[in-house]
Design a protein around this ligand. Structure first.
Ligand code: DGY
Length: 322
């Protein structure tokens, strides 16, 4: 009996990873985010045993037209694009890519911490636009990062990697908000498990690295931004929908917050009409947390391995649920 299964790749894979799949299975590549490929994606679902991809919401309605599906392998660590209860009910395994993107995503969060405090983008534009005609004055000075208190929302792998950069590299006292205290030996005495309200009220910079769950959706709202120190800076490298964007805008516009650095948004790509896009005190990035050549390759390779292991009847390396 043939062991070949039907695989749908719903986001492009590197050639060598696609070759690993096609050597063993029958593969359809169709990215439903491209309007011209959406029909091919949906047409392949009724026969699909495995899916691999990312950045597309796999709804219960899509699972209904994929009755043979056994495994979904996401090329992401976050799993908010997947209907966890519906997957569980149908006995479908969900795999993801933790670990391989931790350091790179922490780099992105720290880049936003640096960029917002030192006004890197604004001042680079100052030079680019020919406005550097005399030494800059106080109106264009930034604010120190070293020595400031950093509050981290979410203390999983990425939050901990941000804390290491801050505490060990920049001498920053770190506080973190997490359902439970986490023992990180190299951060002993340097990162304090802190209730949310206290963290917000005592941090100079608050950086969110939260996954999107029922508990974290809209966590940062008007009350939370009001609790932040006047002149504090907010950075988000987790998921956009953990923040009530209207409340963030109000806090920026009133001058209560000094700046925000955002890699993630409630709606992505960020709509052209979003006031966050060109806000003078927002540094906005197009969800690049893990987007380096090395890390995106490592994620694609791990997702491919997860899928192959599941289709071979083995326990995959990185199972999220199932
Ligand atoms: C993830 O892996 O969840 C990142 O946000 C990449 O999109």
């Amino acid at each position: 009996m043939s062991t070949r299964r039907n695989v749908v790749v719903f986001r492009e894979l590197p050639d060598d990873q696609l070759a690993r799949l096609t050597a063993l299975h029958d593969v359809v590549v169709a990215n439903p985010r491209k309007p011209e490929q959406k029909a091919a994606f949906e047409a392949a679902l009724p026969r699909a045993h495995g899916l691999v991809g990312s950045s597309y919401a796999i709804t219960p309605a899509l699972l209904d037209i994929a009755p043979q599906l056994r495994v979904v392998s996401s090329i992401s660590v976050g799993v908010d694009n997947y209907p966890l209860a519906a997957l569980r009910e149908r006995g479908i395994l969900l795999c993801h890519t933790p670990g391989v993107l931790t350091e790179t995503t922490a780099d992105t969060v720290f880049a936003l911490v640096m960029a917002t405090n030192r006004r890197v983008v604004e001042l680079a534009n100052h030079v680019r636009e020919g406005r550097w005609s005399r030494n800059i004055g106080e109106d264009l000075f930034g604010w120190d990062v070293n020595g400031k208190t950093l509050g981290i929302l979410g203390f999983g792998r990425i939050g901990q990697a941000v804390a290491r950069r801050a505490a060990l590299g920049f001498g920053m006292p770190v506080r973190y908000h997490n359902p439970h205290a986490v023992d990180v030996p190299e951060l002993a005495g340097r990162a304090l498990h802190t209730p949310l309200d206290e963290l917000l009220a005592t941090s100079d910079i608050v950086a969110a690295t939260l996954p999107l769950t029922d508990e974290t959706r809209g966590l940062m709202g008007p009350r939370e931004f009001a609790l932040m120190k006047p002149g504090a800076i907010f950075v988000n490298g987790g998921r956009g929908a953990t923040v009530q964007e209207a409340a963030l805008l109000a806090a920026l516009d009133s001058g209560h917050l000094r700046a925000a650095g955002l890699d993630v948004f409630a709606t992505e790509p960020l709509p052209l009409e979003s006031p966050l896009r060109c806000h003078p005190r927002v540094t906005a990035l197009p969800h690049i947390g893990s987007a380096t050549h090395e890390t995106r390759y490592a994620m694609a390779r791990l997702a491919t391995t997860n899928l192959l292991q599941a289709l071979a009847g083995e326990r995959p390396q990185a199972v999220y649920a199932g």
